[in-house]
Write a protein that binds this ligand. Structure first.
Ligand code: FES
Ligand code: FES
Length: 438
């Protein structure tokens, strides 16, 4: 097309079109509105005003016909396209593109591009700087940054995934003080039936060795608005809870820890726990007989208004806490699982369909396969780690449909909302079609 060089001056220096097109919820292509474009466009408008940016117009647009890359926006007169999913993306587009005239490379959509490029897995290099045997089967491993970069910050309750050889990927909570940017401390329990994860670490890890890990992730964060915090740890479940203790102590928050182990000899991090929690820790030893252990019914009978309960330990232990905490609002109870929840006997695998809205594919998930397996077999990238519903790496936005959530990560509230699904374990009933943001 020939350019007309006699155009009048532009009325707006910058014109942004954000797609807010909406399709029926079960539409196989889905739409930008279902992926949250309306609220992000509003955010862009309000931030533009707050930043005092003039000569700009931000308009709603109908379908820009790049739905598989959505939400999408195009900025004129440059004709630059972006994909955006969160407020941080909008902020970066405003700060970098609009204010500095540069480009936000990670969000750019190229001409002719039809699929979003899956993010490359980001890993961090760790160097073992100290090893301590804390109990007969628990090893404390202290790691620092392996290269020149600083360790990524973490919040209390976070974990990292250690990538052990090609085969094993194991999640370990960070037990150290989140304000200490120089190291992470991990508590590694040697699992009885370990096939290579914890057993390998117990047998092979040495000071000076480098380990590869994911950056910290947190599915077990402290709730800032809580009026008080009750923490219950079973065995090695103390690791995220100790990090929470450092943070709560610094915040001068009201807290109580119930720490349950067999006896003092099997109690990990005992010195640190006593130092951090002081008079706010109650130790419960059962000598291997659960009937002599913590009186959960007595402790949890009453719900102190506004309190939040955090629980980490073996699955049966967490089940007992959930049972005893019936008077507590479900949204005030937080569990951190190390492994998959026990199979619910009511779960029956049925065949159902998934619609991959970005890839324009409808696939059948047979009884013997997971959604994750079916997606990967179709040659489509889907990130995953534990593959047992406990780490949230495979969390995928659900645009439509009624799933059967089988993970250990989502809260009751999130389950009811049905906006995300762990595709490594969760399924649907026969006749159902789940529309996924993939
Ligand atoms: S629905 Fe937004 S580009 Fe089509
Ligand atoms: S991969 Fe861990 S929850 Fe799915």
């Amino acid at each position: 097309m020939k350019k007309n060089t006699q155009n009048p001056n532009m009325h707006y220096q910058t014109h942004v079109f954000c797609c807010v097109n909406e399709r029926p919820p079960d539409h196989p292509r889905s739409c930008c509105a279902a992926r949250g474009s309306g609220a992000l466009r509003d955010y862009m408008k309000s931030r533009t005003k707050a930043l005092g940016i003039r000569d700009i117009r931000i308009n709603n647009s109908g379908c820009l016909e790049r739905c598989e890359l959505g939400p999408t926006m195009v900025i004129y007169p440059e004709g630059v396209w972006y994909h955006f999913t969160e407020k941080e993306d909008i902020e970066e587009i405003l700060q970098t593109h609009i204010l500095k005239g540069q480009r936000v490379e990670r969000l750019l959509l190229k001409p002719g591009q039809t699929f979003l490029v899956p993010p490359a897995e980001h890993t961090i290099d760790l160097k073992v700087i100290d090893i301590r045997r804390d109990t007969s089967d628990i090893l404390l491993i202290e790691v620092a940054a392996g290269g020149e970069n600083e360790l990524p910050p973490f919040s209390a309750g976070a974990h990292i995934d250690l990538l052990i050889g090609d085969k094993y990927r194991r999640s370990y909570s960070i037990a150290s003080d989140p304000s200490d940017r120089g190291k992470y401390i991990l508590g590694i329990l040697r699992e009885k039936n370990s096939k290579g994860g914890s057993a390998w670490l117990h047998e092979n890890v040495e000071v000076g060795m480098h380990l590869v890990a994911s950056p910290p992730k947190n599915n077990f964060a402290i709730i800032q608005e809580a009026t008080q915090h009750m923490l219950i740890a079973g065995g090695i479940g103390i690791t995220p809870i100790l990090a929470m203790g450092y943070q709560l102590l610094r915040n001068k928050s009201k807290m109580t820890l119930h720490y349950c182990t067999k006896n003092l000899e099997t109690t990990a991090f005992i010195k640190e726990v006593q130092k951090v929690f002081g008079e706010h820790v109650v130790l419960h030893h059962d000598d291997g007989d659960v009937s002599k252990g913590i009186n959960l019914d007595g402790i949890l009978k009453q719900y102190p208004r506004g309190a939040h309960l955090y629980v980490c330990g073996p699955e049966s232990f967490m089940g007992a806490v959930a049972e005893a905490a019936k008077e507590w609002p479900a949204e005030n109870i937080h569990f951190e699982y190390f492994a998959a929840k026990k199979e619910n006997p009511d779960w029956v695998n049925e065949e159902f369909e998934i619609s991959l809205s970005r890839h324009k594919k409808i696939l059948t998930v047979p009884r013997e396969k997971t959604i994750l397996e079916v997606v990967r077999e179709a040659g489509i990238f889907a990130d995953a780690s534990c593959q047992s519903g406990s780490c949230a790496t495979c969390r995928t936005a659900l645009l439509h449909g009624r799933p059967e959530h089988r993970d250990a990560v989502l809260t009751e509230e999130e389950r009811a909302e049905n906006k995300t699904i762990m595709i490594c374990v969760s399924r649907a009933k026969s006749g159902e079609r789940l529309v996924l943001d993939l």
